[in-house]
Design a protein around this ligand. Structure first.
Ligand SMILES: Nc1ncnc2c1ncn2[C@@H]1O[C@H](COP(=O)(O)OP(=O)(O)OP(=O)(O)O)[C@@H](O)[C@H]1O
Ligand SMILES: [Mg+2]
Length: 234
């Protein structure tokens, strides 16, 4: 089977700054894929290019068979995205945030109610669905963002450091939900997880990882991250 994500020599420059410096990798269907690198290494920039929010300076990539440069609409329909920075509307309830997302992603009206219940149950927020998000804790907000990212049944879910700034207990709870999602929603099908450098040893998730091709000045830190990951993958 063709990889769900295929990236070849992807480059992003901001002026003279090479934020992503010719990265190449592929992700197989069903993989939970960790993407590690120190601050400023280019992780979020790579995700934004794959999500078609930023145009690459050069290189190419396909996601679910669609070209990120020429088939951005199809790529966007194929992905769910949990941003590094929170992006919920805290004045709305959990339900209302999901309704808004469903409109943007053309989730059919007749499946919305069931989908909404499914994803809220999965992240243990069903009983808080009518509460304004402003009353949620940090961990609850992150879980709601994950639920929202899944509402339109994407083929690939990007999670850009979804546990950043959370306490160890909440981080564990979120990774627990991520593993559950892979089993329940994706059923071993296409699934991709992206992380930052925030993993710790308590988060025992097996994953493959990508370290090559990031900004060369970070080579040493990447090696450290690789050791850390090898430990986690056991
Ligand atoms: N819109 C932008 N304009 C100019 N430079 C940018 C822009 N976005 C990112 N950069 C630069 O590109 C580099 C990579 O940034 P990026 O956000 O991708 O890193 P990251 O690996 O996600 O880091 P972190 O772990 O801190 O989230 C950084 O040097 C950053 O300053
Ligand atoms: Mg980032």
């Amino acid at each position: 089977m063709a990889p769900i994500i295929q990236v070849e020599s992807l480059v992003k420059k901001f002026g003279e700054l090479p934020a992503v410096n010719g990265i190449s990798f592929s992700v197989e269907s069903g993989a939970i894929f960790g993407f590690l690198g120190p601050n400023g290494a280019g992780k979020s920039t790579t995700i934004k290019m794959l999500a078609t929010l930023l145009k690459p300076t050069s290189g190419k990539a396909t996601l679910a068979g669609f070209d990120i440069n020429s088939q951005s609409n199809q790529v966007r329909q194929s992905i769910g995205l949990v941003f590094q920075d929170p992006s919920l509307d805290i004045r709305l309830t959990a339900d209302e945030n999901l309704q808004f997302h469903a409109m943007l992603y053309n989730v059919p009206k007749d499946v919305f109610a069931a989908r909404c219940e499914q994803v809220l149950r999965m992240v243990d927020l069903l009983d808080r669905r009518s509460s304004p998000v402003s009353t949620f804790s940090g961990g609850m907000k992150r879980r709601l963002e994950i639920a929202r990212g899944l509402l339109h049944h994407p083929k690939v879910l990007f999670l850009d450091e979804p546990t950043l700034g959370l306490d160890p207990q909440t981080r564990n709870a979120i990774w627990h939900h991520v593993r559950k999602l892979r089993d329940e929603v994706f059923g071993g099908g296409e699934f991709c997880r992206w992380v930052g450098c925030e993993l710790d040893r308590g988060e025992r998730v097996s994953f493959s990882l990508c370290l090559n091709g990031l900004d060369q000045k970070h080579t040493t830190a990447q090696s450290d991250a690789q050791c850390h990951c090898a430990f986690l993958a056991k």
